[in-house]
Design a protein around this ligand. Structure first.
Ligand code: PHE
Length: 337
């Protein structure tokens, strides 16, 4: 009976530890077999009976030892070798991919920090806006080509997807009054055919500063500080006349080409300059729409191309990567750990 019980126990013992437990249960100091000898009162047994008992006990011990040995060998043969275990601590750690910020977001956050350092407020503004905000308030006449169906996404309710962040100028002036310093970064839309340098969806960062005696000198000063911080070096800029109905005078601010330092290369189309920031002094009509006294206050505005700036900063040659949703592009901006 004890034999069968031992065999049943060993059948379930599939590790060295369990086999050892079985050994202790039967052959240990207080084991079931060991106890047989202890519990027997030999004084009551005859010499023959003692001999017989001793013989049986020995057989039982040998049987148990033999079966335990077999079980130990069985376990050793089937045990998983160290290098095949579920957890192999010698395998090098696996790489975990980290998310990455979109390059436009990175440039936007950088701009926000720079402008906040110069006392500008960062304002959010609607992507779908009224015809008034996007055009009329900005002195864009009804027959201006920019209002054409060709250039603008009109919504069925008569609103537009803003074609530029200037759409927030008058709203901001009405809300905050003068003096005012703010930027409005955001997504803009134009009905354009897409190619390596044109997108129908792109980002701008509008800037607006209104105070007493604001002149072109302030505009240039702020632009140079900004570009110097973005590109981490002293930059040369120049102003060319440019026309926008909401500024007077209006300019195109060009950046001395950072790739060739002005000597001419494919990026600047051999001109030495890169057209970067349309800007100008706020047109008095716009100030009036913003309920600002145009005799007392003047201001400058600029419409920095955020997408363009990101292309320059990161050397991205094709604008279509930005909205492609291709993670292989974004992965290249993930932090290296
Ligand atoms: N809103 C103009 C554009 O998108 C740029 C601009 C902004 C020009 C502010 C002058 C002043 O083209």
């Amino acid at each position: 009976m004890l034999q069968q019980q031992l065999l049943d126990d060993l059948a379930l013992a599939n590790t060295h530890e369990l086999v050892e437990n079985v050994r202790i249960k039967y052959l240990g100091r207080k084991g079931l077999i060991t106890n047989l000898a202890k519990e027997t009162d030999f004084s009551k047994l005859s010499a023959d009976e003692k001999k017989d008992f001793g013989q049986k006990l020995n057989e039982l011990k040998n049987f148990a030892t033999e079966k335990l040995q077999e079980a130990a060998e069985r376990v050793a043969a089937t045990a998983t070798p160290v290098n095949k275990r579920l957890f192999d601590l010698t395998i090098p750690g696996s790489h975990r991919a980290f998310g990455a910020m979109h390059p436009i977001s990175m440039v936007q956050l950088e701009l926000e920090a720079i402008f906040e350092g110069m006392g500008f407020t960062v304002l959010d503004s609607p992507e779908a806006d009224t015809e008034y905000s996007n055009f009329e308030s900005l002195n864009v006449p009804a027959d201006h080509p920019a209002r054409d169906m060709q250039d603008t996404f009109w919504l069925t309710n008569g609103m537009v997807l803003r074609t530029h962040t200037s759409s927030n100028q008058v709203r901001a002036l009405k809300r905050f009054g003068a003096p005012f310093r703010g930027i409005f970064p955001g997504r803009c839309f134009r009905y354009e055919a897409i190619d390596p340098s044109h997108e129908n969806t792109f980002f701008q960062c509008e800037g607006l500063m209104v105070d007493e005696n604001i002149s072109v000198a302030h505009l240039i000063g702020v632009m140079k500080t900004l570009l110097g911080e973005v590109f981490k070096r002293d930059v040369k800029v120049r102003l060319r006349p440019g026309f926008f109905p909401f500024v007077e005078p209006g300019f195109e601010l060009d950046l001395n080409c950072l790739f060739c330092e002005g000597s001419g290369c494919p990026t600047c189309k051999q001109s030495g300059w890169i057209e970067l920031i349309p800007c100008g002094l706020v047109h008095p009509v716009v100030l009036e729409h913003g309920e600002i006294d145009a005799k007392r206050y003047s201001g400058f505005a600029f419409g920095l191309g955020l997408t363009r700036l990101a292309m320059m900063k990161y050397g991205i040659r094709d604008i279509r990567y930005f909205n492609s949703g291709d993670v292989r592009v974004l992965e290249q901006f993930a932090p290296v750990l």
